[in-house]
Design a protein around this ligand. Sequence first.
Ligand code: RB5
Length: 148
Amino acid sequence: MKIALGSDHASFELKEYIKVELGKMGYAVNDLGADSEKSVDYPDYAIKVAKEVRAKKSDYGILFCGSGLGMSIAANKVKGIRAALCNDLYLADMARRHNNANILVMGGRVVGKGLALEILKKFLNTTFEGGRHQDRLDKITKIEENQI
Ligand code: RB5
């Protein structure tokens, strides 16, 4: 399984940590930046990861910014993207089981490394339940299709 990563400066350190942990767990990682703690704009990295996931070049994306808010707002502008801001384990569980989220977003100024790793594992190891939840996602797809 391949995972695309993106962060801004605020969560560069957390991205680097998660990259190493994903490697240890045997995942292929495509790090799309940022490359340092120099100040950058989070939408530039949100779009890179979202496009990668939309094109199915990666199975999932993981985005990090200070709060997680900016990355989730930006990534969700891309059709087919369901980016879920999960700063706790319950949300990571729900994001996969009910929302079939394809991008996990975390805030490096909100969660520490230990919790971030647990959230990541929960997200990657939880399966979408389908059924009525798929019907609801289909309605979201229709909203996307009707955008002007
Ligand atoms: C950067 O200071 C911060 O605004 C950004 O990382 C993110 O939290 C935005 O939502």
